[in-house]
Each structure stands twice: as C-alpha cells, then as structure tokens.
Ligand binder design. Structure first.
Ligand code: SAM
Length: 290
C-alpha cells in the first residue's frame, strides 16, 4: 500500500482531517517512525497463518503493517472517536476486524476461539502505558492461548520485566513475567518517535511464552502472594515482610522455619531470592496456608 501512515506528515493529515483531539487519559502517543515499526514487526515473527491481537490501534499505523503480514488482525480500541478514522485508514485491509471496547473487558480467550479456532495468537501493540501491567498480567493469568507478546512499553517497565535478583529493577513484575515468558528487549525508542511525545523513554519488548513454567510449584497463587508480600515492603527482611502480610495465614515460626530450610539467613531480603527460591518457599509453606 502506498500511503502508509508511518510518518509525521500522513499522521498529521489524518488527525487534522478528522479534527481528532488526543486524549491523555487513554495514553495516546502515536508512532511516526517507520524504522521502529519495522523493528516491531520483525520481532513479532508474524507469518501469514497468524492471528494477531492488536491492543489500541490508534489511527491504524501499526495495524497496516500487521495486516500485511498476518492472516487476520483483531484490533481492540477503546476510543470511539478513532473508529471512523480506522474505517478509512484500514479500508484496504479486509483481514482486519476493529472492536470498539476496553481491552480489560474483552474475553480474549473467546476472541482466540472465534478468530483462530482456539490456537495461540500473537499480541502486538504500542500499549497505553497507564495499563501496561494489568494488560500483560491478564493475558498470562487468564490462560489466553498466546505464542508471544511484542509490545512498546515504558523503558523503565521493560527493564523491570527483564531484571534479575540483585538489580534495583527486580520486583514482583520481573518474577511474574519470567514465570510465564522469556523477555527480550528488542529496541529502545526515544520520545521523538511519537506524536505527541511522551514524557518518558520507551522500549519494545518481546515476551515469548514458556511451553512449561521454568519452575515447578504446588500452588502458583501462593507463590505470587509470597512474591507480592516480599516486595510490598522491599526494605524489610523477607521474614518480616511475610509476617506483616495480611494475604498470608502462616505463623511467624512457620515462616522462619521455611526460610531456614532453604538455607537462607534470617536477615535475607525478598529482593535476593530467585524464582526457584520463591517456588521452594511456597512449597514449604503450602501445607500451612489456607
Ligand atoms: N497503535 C497506535 C500507534 O502505535 O500509533 C496507538 C498507540 S497509543 C500508545 C495507545 C492506544 O491504546 C490509543 O489508541 C488508545 O486510545 C488505546 N487505548 C487506551 N486504553 C485502552 C483500553 N483500555 N482498551 C483498548 N484500547 C485502549
């Protein structure tokens, strides 16, 4: 297609034609750099048999690229002012379905059933940054069949997803993402690649879903409760953080014994533990929690 939107001129023309007003509350920063779009597409490894879910198509810039590679694109956009614009910018792409809905309210598993016979889909997006974590976590936790997720996020969030123990960026998000997927930062993206410019740096990250989780744990929900409790009070010892958590019902003695049984010192902090160690801790405490 001749008139791709991936440059400032085409984007501004579309915005002016429809007198579109950017809404900050929806995290609207549209991509205007063809190199970045090429990098996203290459990282997503889309084939012509794939069904891609795009979250927040905006005026359809990334959608056009996706539609040229994939068999089917399903694009979910919350802002109804963008729907007539998408009708025009995507009119040459019969393999795109636009749904005007809040992605956090969409039954994504149902979409994979309807558009991909329940086979794993790929998720590609320049995400609205205000809901990055709930979007990623609901894709994983709802057991949506997903191959990989390639998304633009705030640089700081990409760093947190990829961090390991000992790093200041390491936290509950790192562990949750790494339990479900292996993260890879594809590119750092400066603010001038968007219109309007965001106040923060951005990065494209690909999360490739594990076929099997890298650790075995009897009760993954308990493990995540332990992880949340440990990082809620990051500066406290692991023992104190777990003792203070209203989410856990085990006694101080049981927690102390579980920590000792892993060979860890009494003053260790949660931020020093690996995913394997959190899994082992959860297994030790599983019999004591309701
Ligand atoms: N994909 C476009 C691009 O790259 O130029 C736009 C990306 S912009 C960062 C984020 C998009 O997500 C906006 O179009 C915004 O309206 C949309 N959005 C925000 N919250 C949403 C939600 N809860 N559900 C679906 N779309 C949402």
């Amino acid at each position: 297609m001749e008139h791709k939107l991936s440059n400032p001129k085409e984007t501004i023309q579309v915005i002016q034609k429809y007198q579109f007003a950017f809404q900050k509350k929806f995290g609207q920063n549209f991509l205007i750099d063809p190199h970045v779009l090429d990098k996203i597409i290459a990282a997503a490894q889309i084939s012509d048999s794939d069904c891609v879910l795009e979250i927040g198509p905006g005026i359809g810039t990334l959608t056009q690229y996706l539609a040229e590679k994939a068999r089917q694109v399903v694009a979910v956009e919350i802002d109804s002012n963008l729907i007539p614009i998408l009708g025009e910018t995507l009119k040459d792409y019969p393999n795109v379905t636009v749904i005007n809905e809040d992605i956090l309210k969409v039954d994504i598993e149902g979409l994979a059933g309807t558009y991909n016979q329940g086979r794993p889909i790929k998720v590609v997006a320049n995400l609205p940054y205000y809901i990055t974590t709930p979007i990623i976590m609901s894709l994983f936790e709802q057991q949506v069949p997903v191959d990989n997720i390639t998304v633009m996020v705030q640089k700081e969030v990409a760093d947190r997803m990829q961090a390991g123990p000992g790093s200041k960026d390491y936290g509950a998000l790192s562990l949750a993402v790494q339990y479900y997927a292996s993260p890879y930062i594809v590119a750092n993206v400066p603010p001038n690649c968007f219109i309007p410019r965001p106040n923060v740096g951005s990065a494209v990250i690909r999360l490739t879903r594990h076929k099997e989780p890298p650790v075995k744990v009897k009760d993954a929900k308990l493990m995540f409760r332990l992880i949340r409790a440990s990082f809620n009070q990051r500066r406290k010892t692991l023992q104190n953080s777990l003792n203070n958590s209203p989410e856990l019902s085990c006694t101080k003695e049981q927690i102390g014994e579980a920590i000792r049984s892993l060979g860890l010192g009494a003053t260790i902090r949660g931020e020093a533990l690996t995913l394997e160690q959190f899994a082992a801790l959860a297994d030790c405490l599983a019999e004591h929690t309701g």
